[in-house]
Design a protein around this ligand. Structure first.
Ligand SMILES: [Zn+2]
Length: 278
């Protein structure tokens, strides 16, 4: 299993002198399985444009492109690169696009393919020559074939967002970004007229249980990708509820069992990623 990052930023692409080291593209990860010749892509942020160009030069000459794209969620920074993914325009390309759906009225196909309308883009969805299948995902475990097992976990974000855990040949690659600790959704202020002790207790238990499940989901990963959008101070002062972790997220760090590598991800477009990595 080989991992390559084609986009690591959150919110908006941010090219420029301050993002030279890690690039300015938004989320896109290539997961390459050499032996079964399998290519999995996680998220279709602006980084997928360059990945698509690489595939055109290196994969297409060996035969029609067949790949799976797993979207963590459909916020724009995670899908904005799709209209620029050249393999999607090539006859013979087969794409399976997986992702969670937050609103039944908006299908995954509408959310992703809907970018290709004249309102936003000079090419229409119907002009994509590839064969595209859209598949809705929920929290579950899946056998993807070739010995690849995928486990999905709902994270805490303003719309449904999935973490992905791929297991292959005793190695684990896991994503848990665009999330923050689950909070008690009920009132916990004893002086607030809406305070209800039973509900407050229940909300506390539910939040603890979900946070525990996220820790279990990430435990043992050989490589875990998570958020680095904020410092802990920034998060606690004004960013709680925005659905993004801070770089010192303690519960995830506690689950680290060994000499694993922890790339930070969905880095702020306004700051140097090296601020965290150094
Ligand atoms: Zn998001």
């Amino acid at each position: 299993m080989k991992v390559k990052f084609w986009g690591v930023r959150g919110s908006i692409p941010c090219p420029g002198p301050y993002t030279i080291k890690y690039g300015g593209n938004t989320a896109c990860i290539e997961l390459r399985f050499v032996d079964p010749n399998r290519l999995i892509i996680i998220d279709a942020g602006s980084g997928i444009r360059e990945l698509g160009n690489y595939m055109m030069a290196n994969d297409l000459p060996r035969g029609p492109i067949k790949t799976e794209i797993f979207l963590t969620h459909t916020h724009w920074d995670h899908i904005m690169g799709f209209p620029f993914f050249t393999p999607g325009y090539i006859p013979g390309t087969k794409l399976k696009i997986y992702g969670p759906v937050s609103y039944e009225d908006n299908s995954l196909e509408d959310s992703v393919g809907g970018q290709l309308t004249y309102r936003y883009f000079p090419v229409r969805r119907t002009e994509l020559a590839s064969e595209i299948e859209y598949i809705n995902l929920k929290e579950d475990q899946f056998d993807l074939g070739d010995g690849i097992i995928l486990t999905t976990k709902y994270l805490n974000h303003p719309l449904l967002c999935l973490g992905y855990r791929f297991e292959y040949c005793d190695k684990v690659f896991c994503t848990a970004y665009d999330t923050e600790p689950f909070q008690n959704v009920f009132c916990t202020d004893l002086d607030d007229p809406s305070y209800n002790e039973a509900m407050a207790h229940e909300g506390d238990q539910a939040a603890r249980a979900e946070n525990q499940r996220v820790e279990e989901f990430t435990a043992g990963a050989d490589l875990l990708v998570y958020d680095a959008q904020y410092t802990q101070e920034e998060y606690e002062s004004s960013k709680i509820g925005w659905g993004i972790l801070h770089v010192n997220m303690p519960s995830l760090r506690r689950s680290r069992p060994g000499p694993n590598v922890w790339p930070c991800f969905t880095m702020s477009p306004y700051e140097l990623m090296s601020r965290w990595m150094s």
